[in-house]
Design a protein around this ligand. Structure first.
Ligand code: SF4
Ligand code: SF4
Length: 299
C-alpha cells in the first residue's frame, strides 16, 4: 500500500467534519454477530468462535428491519458477520430479503458445500432480484493466505468457490491489502488466473485496504494520532464518496453508522432505522482510511 498524501496539519484542532445521510440506499446486517469459524489475525472487528460482542440475528429480527427498510426506500441489502452461514436462519433470511430487493452475502466460503450452493442458486432463480456472494481470501496460495486466515483455509476457501461456480453462481473474490501487492496490476492478474483455474469465465475481484482496528491493530499496528479527518480538509458537501452517506448497519443490538464501526461504541446511532437518518461525525481514525483510499465495502 502506498503512503497516502493526506495529513492533518499539525495543530489543527478543528472538530471533525460531519457526513449527512443523502439517502438510505444500502442496509447491512451483522447477521452472524461477531461469531466466526475463523479468527483471522487482520479482522478489524476481531471475530472468532468465541466473540459474542454481537449475537446472531433471528429471522424475525431481520424481517422487522426489512419492513422499515422498504418504507424508507432501501435499494439493496448486505449480510456479514462473523460468518453468515453459521446462522441457522441464513437461507430463510435470504429468501425473505430476496422478496424485497437484491441481496449480497460476505462469506469466508468454508460452509459452501455443493448442497448449500444448489439451494442458494434455487433462491436466486426464484427471485426477480439478484443474489451475490463475496468470498474472502488473502493470498494467491496457502503460503501467503493461511498465516492470515488460518491453517488449511486456502484449500477450503477454494473448494467453496468451486462449489459456487459449479452451481452457476459467480462469486466476487474479496482480498485485503495485507501483503501490499493484491491491488497492483500483477496482483490482480494472479487472482484472476486463480479464479479462471477454478472455472470462472468472468472472474470478479474486489480489493480492500486494511482498517487498523480490532485484531489488525495488533498484527499490523494501530492508527497514529495524525490519521484523523478535520473540518476544512474537504468541502462540507464533499463526502458523498463515503458509504456512510448512503448506508446503515443493523445488529442484534441496534443500528450502527456503517459496517466498519460495529465494534466501536460511538458507532451506534439508535435502535430503529428512523433513529439514524441524521448526520454523523467523522472522528474515528478508520474514517481517515475510508476517505484517503475511497473505500466502499459494497461490491
Ligand atoms: S475476517 Fe471474516 S472470516 Fe476472518 S475472522 Fe473476520 S469475519 Fe471471520
Ligand atoms: S468508518 Fe468509513 S463508512 Fe464508517 S463512518 Fe467513518 S467514513 Fe463513514
Amino acid at each position: 500500500m502506498t503512503e497516502p498524501s493526506v495529513r492533518a496539519a499539525p495543530g489543527n484542532d478543528l472538530p471533525p467534519p460531519r457526513v449527512r445521510l443523502a439517502a438510505l440506499d444500502t442496509l447491512w446486517f451483522q447477521v452472524a454477530g461477531t461469531v466466526c469459524n475463523l479468527a483471522c489475525n487482520h479482522c478489524f472487528i476481531s471475530c472468532s468462535p468465541t466473540n459474542r460482542t454481537h449475537e446472531m440475528m433471528s429471522l424475525a429480527e431481520v424481517e422487522g428491519y426489512l419492513v422499515e427498510a422498504v418504507e424508507l426506500g432501501v435499494k439493496e441489502y448486505y449480510f456479514t458477520g462473523g460468518e453468515p452461514f453459521l446462522n441457522p436462519a441464513m437461507e430463510a433470511i435470504l429468501e425473505a430479503t430476496l422478496a424485497v430487493g437484491p441481496a449480497n452475502v460476505l462469506t469466508n466460503g468454508l460452509l459452501l458445500d455443493s448442497e448449500r450452493c444448489a439451494r442458494l442458486r434455487a433462491l436466486q432463480d426464484a427471485s426477480e432480484y439478484s443474489l451475490d456472494l463475496r468470498v474472502s481470501l488473502d493470498g494467491f496460495d496457502a503460503a501467503s493466505n493461511d498465516p492470515i486466515r488460518g491453517e488449511g483455509s486456502f484449500e477450503r476457501v477454494l473448494n467453496g468457490v468451486r462449489n459456487l461456480l459449479a452451481a452457476g453462481l459467480n462469486p466476487v473474490l474479496t482480498v485485503t491489502e495485507v501483503h501490499g501487492v493484491s491491488g497492483t496490476e500483477a496482483g490482480k492478474a494472479k487472482f484472476f488466473d486463480l479464479l479462471r483455474g477454478l472455472g470462472a469465465d468472468k472472474p470478479r475481484l474486489k480489493v480492500l485496504p486494511v482498517f487498523q482496528i480490532g485484531s489488525e491493530a495488533e498484527r499490523g499496528g494501530a492508527y497514529e494520532s495524525w490519521q484523523k479527518l478535520r473540518a476544512g480538509e474537504v468541502a462540507d458537501d464533499g463526502w458523498e464518496h463515503l458509504q456512510c452517506s448512503s448506508c446503515r448497519m443493523v445488529t442484534d443490538r441496534g443500528v450502527w453508522v456503517c459496517p466498519i464501526l460495529v465494534n466501536e461504541p460511538e458507532g451506534k446511532m439508535g435502535e430503529t432505522l428512523s433513529d439514524t437518518l441524521g448526520s454523523y461525525p467523522l472522528e474515528h481514525p478508520a474514517c481517515w482510511t475510508c476517505h484517503v483510499y475511497g473505500v466502499s465495502c459494497k461490491t
